[in-house]
Ligand binder design. Structure first.
Ligand SMILES: O=c1ccn([C@@H]2O[C@H](COP(=O)(O)O)[C@@H](O)[C@H]2O)c(=O)[nH]1
Length: 480
């Protein structure tokens, strides 16, 4: 997230637009925080900054707009000054929805000039259930206007976005509440307890939480519990789902360090917050049998699995030799699919040789890479998916970057390239923030490396990532 957005959140907190404590909402429900964005009209510099962000979000998608006239409409009342500012910034004309229909004269619901079929972008300050936005959308539609896009400042992550998506609307939110409290905690504006209260509140206050039995389930919409019960889910995959649910964690940490001591030190710190610990053991000096034993002990103590990210890519026989060394200590391993299915047969043979390993070892296949300029093509991805379906007893899932790669809910999407502060490194690595990686990219488990390992306080950073990722996963599967 850009620095100016971080300072905007801090400023909003300072002017008491974001408040923490116990508050009664319009619905009667008690909330652990309150967003009072009405106050921004008294702070023109904040209003201006918010309008610029909304303007940028609108212009980013301007190619989506159909040829019909585009107009703006703020949900009354808080979003009205924002819509006005954006209208002045973009030159897009504005409409005003009346809260009550005029009882005389034109009896209009909507004030302003428009033609039948014009497209309206709706702007709102906060979304909880989505009801207020829908009221405005319905009035616009009743007046023969067309609404496809909605921009909200803050998503309270209680399922409103999903409800509106189901209604066919495209929603863009500038911030969500997990991002906000994460930043405020980092900036020492709220206490750990206040942060945790909000995180728990979001998880326990989802609108319309329902479990639906689906004939054609969509992976990203299903909960891990439902997915682990599917017939085709392998034993090792079930074990991962169970572990994520027990620890409420879909965080995998990549401990990319250069010495065995650092490996053990970071593992001890992040262990309580992760479901998988990922290593590049061949890049670490001083690793001995004792190091691997300590790692295994910590995995047991903190209940996580170990994955060696070796990205094996040779012929079946060579891969078999390599895997014989890894299989003793790593529950999971990564492979490239470049040499085809026989290589997986080699891995399967290694596992089958020891009955204690059966159902306790698994493979992630690389289907996409997170770095710029990689050579993976659409055809390669398709063939990789095919191989994963053929070796379902040992393939746990795919390492990929898009939500449409994995067709089956019994396979797990592991996605690296996650960082809440940076958007890239100097060697082509591309990053998403935790919300995007779960909601847009479709990750089930997200891999964070330097964002945690190079933080001054890796334990604290792991906790923050864990909570952000898990809350976003809960938000994704609620109401679907
Ligand atoms: O496409 C891929 C596949 C694997 N990785 C690995 O994940 C971590 C990412 O580390 P960061 O420090 O968070 O960039 C690293 O171990 C890579 O080898 C990946 O980044 N992209």
């Amino acid at each position: 997230m850009a620095i100016d957005q971080r300072s905007l959140i801090v400023n909003l907190h300072d002017v008491k637009a974001l408040k923490f404590g116990s508050f009664k909402l319009k619905s009667g429900e008690l909330s652990k925080y309150y967003l009072d964005l009405r106050v921004i009209v008294s702070y023109p510099y904040l209003l201006k900054e918010i309008c610029s962000l909304v303007t940028a979000a609108i212009l980013e998608d301007s190619s989506d707009f159909s040829k019909n006239q585009v107009r703006l409409c703020g949900v009354p009342y808080t979003a009205l000054p924002i819509a006005t500012g954006v209208s002045l910034d973009t030159n897009l004309p504005m409409l005003i929805r009346r809260k009550e229909q005029k009882k005389y004269g034109t009896k209009k619901l909507i004030d302003g000039e428009y033609c039948c079929g014009d497209n309206v972008i709706v702007i709102e300050d906060v979304i909880t259930s989505g009801d207020s936005i829908l009221e405005t959308v319905v009035d616009l539609e009743t007046s023969n206007l067309n609404v496809e896009n909605v921009i909200v400042l803050v998503d309270r992550q209680q399922g409103g976005v999903q409800r509106l998506i189901k209604r066919g609307l495209k929603i863009k939110s500038l911030f969500n509440i997990t991002e906000i409290v994460t930043i405020l905690k980092e900036e020492a504006k709220i206490s750990k307890e206040e942060y945790q209260d909000v995180i728990d509140y979001v998880e326990n206050n989802q609108v319309e939480r329902v479990t639906i039995c689906r004939k054609n389930p969509s992976r990203t919409k299903m909960g891990f519990n439902e997915r682990s019960e599917l017939l085709e889910t392998s034993k090792i995959t079930q074990k991962i789902f169970k572990l994520t649910l027990e620890k409420k964690s879909n965080l995998c940490v990549a401990v990319d360090v250069d010495t065995a001591d650092k490996l053990l030190d970071i593992t001890e710190k992040v262990g309580p917050y992760i479901c998988i610990l990922k290593t590049h053991i061949d890049a670490i000096s001083g690793v001995t049998e004792a190091t691997l034993n300590s790692l295994k002990l910590m995995a047991k103590q903190y209940n996580f699995l170990i994955m060696e990210d070796r990205k094996m890519a040779d012929i079946g026989n060579t891969v078999k030799l390599q895997y014989n060394k890894i299989v003793k200590w790593a529950d999971l391993v990564t492979v490239h699919s470049i040499s085809g299915g026989m290589m997986l047969k080699g891995l399967q043979e290694v596992i089958n040789e020891d009955k204690d390993l059966l159902g306790n070892r698994g493979v992630f296949i690389i289907a996409e890479l997170s770095c710029d300029g990689n050579l993976i093509s659409q055809q390669y991805i398709k063939e990789t998916v095919k191989i994963s379906e053929e070796y379902k007893d040992i393939v746990v899932g795919l390492v990929c970057q898009s939500d449409d790669v994995i067709p089956s809910p019994s396979l797990i999407q592991l996605t690296p390239g996650v960082n809440m502060k940076n958007s890239e490194d100097s060697l082509g690595q591309k990053y998403q923030n935790p919300s995007d990686v779960i909601l847009t990219k479709g990750a089930d488990i997200a891999v964070v490396g330097r964002g945690i390992v190079q933080d001054d306080n890796p334990a604290e950073a792991a906790k923050l990532y864990k909570e952000w990722l898990w809350n976003t996963y809960i938000e994704r599967v609620s109401n679907s």
